[in-house]
Design a protein around this ligand. Structure first.
Ligand SMILES: Cc1cc2nc3c(=O)[nH]c(=O)nc-3n(C[C@H](O)[C@H](O)[C@H](O)COP(=O)(O)O)c2cc1C
Length: 172
C-alpha cells in the first residue's frame, strides 16, 4: 500500500545478528531510493543488537517487535516490498517451516507467496549454513519466490553490502 505522501512502503525485518548494528545504512539507502520504511525486529534483535532509538527517529515510526493487542489498529500500512536483513539461521529455518512465534516470523509467513517482493540478506556462518535444514529452508523459500543475496563472507558492517537488498527488489 502506498503511503499518503505517495511513497511506496517497505518493511525491513531485522534479526539478531551482530551485523544488525549497521541497519541504519539500509534504511537511509532505502529512503534515498524513495521508500517509506517501517521496521520489524525480532524480540532478540530489539534487545541490544542495534540502536532502536536512532532507527525510530530515522523512520518516524515505532519499531514493531511484539504483537499488537486485539482491537488495536495496525501501525503500518501493507507493504509494497519486504527486506529481511540481516537474516539469521534461526529465523530463516523457522520461516521456512511455517513457525510464527515472533511478530517478524508471523509477518513473513503471511506475506510469503503473495505478490509482494521479498529480499533476504542472510548473515549465517559457513558452519551453520552447511546444516541440511538450512539448505532445505533456502530451497523451500526460493521456491516461494523469496530472493536471497549471496552468503556474507564476514567483515565489518560497512562491508555487508546493505544496498544489495534494494537491488534484489528492483531486479526483474
Ligand atoms: C553477539 C551475537 C551475534 C550473533 N550473530 C549471529 C549471526 O550473525 N547469525 C546468526 O544466525 N545468529 C547470530 N547470533 C545468534 C542469534 O542471535 C540467535 O540464534 C537468536 O536466537 C536469533 O534470534 P532471531 O532469529 O529471532 O533474531 C548471534 C548472537 C549474538 C549474541
Amino acid at each position: 500500500m502506498t503511503e499518503p505522501d505517495g511513497k511506496p512502503f517497505l518493511y525491513v525485518v531485522v534479526c539478531a545478528a551482530g551485523i544488525a548494528a549497521g541497519v541504519d545504512e539500509l534504511i537511509t539507502a532505502a529512503q534515498e531510493r524513495g521508500w517509506a520504511v517501517g521496521v520489524f525486529a525480532t524480540p532478540t534483535a530489539v534487545n541490544g543488537f542495534f540502536d532502536t532509538a536512532a532507527v525510530e527517529t530515522r523512520t518516524g515510526l515505532p519499531i514493531r517487535s511484539a504483537w499488537r493487542r486485539p482491537g488495536d489498529p495496525r501501525p503500518f500500512p501493507d507493504p509494497d516490498a519486504v527486506v529481511v536483513a540481516p537474516a539469521t539461521f534461526n529465523t530463516v529455518n523457522k520461516w521456512a517451516a511455517g513457525i510464527a512465534d515472533t511478530l517478524a516470523l508471523g509477518t513473513l509467513c503471511e506475506l510469503t507467496g503473495r505478490s509482494v517482493p521479498i529480499a533476504v540478506l542472510p548473515c549465517v556462518s559457513d558452519a551453520l549454513a552447511a546444516h541440511p535444514a538450512y539448505q532445505d529452508s533456502l530451497i523451500r523459500l526460493r521456491g516461494m519466490g523469496v530472493r536471497f543475496g549471496e552468503p556474507y563472507e564476514g567483515g565489518g558492517t560497512g562491508e555487508f553490502g546493505w544496498e544489495r537488498a534494494l537491488d534484489l527488489l528492483e531486479a526483474t
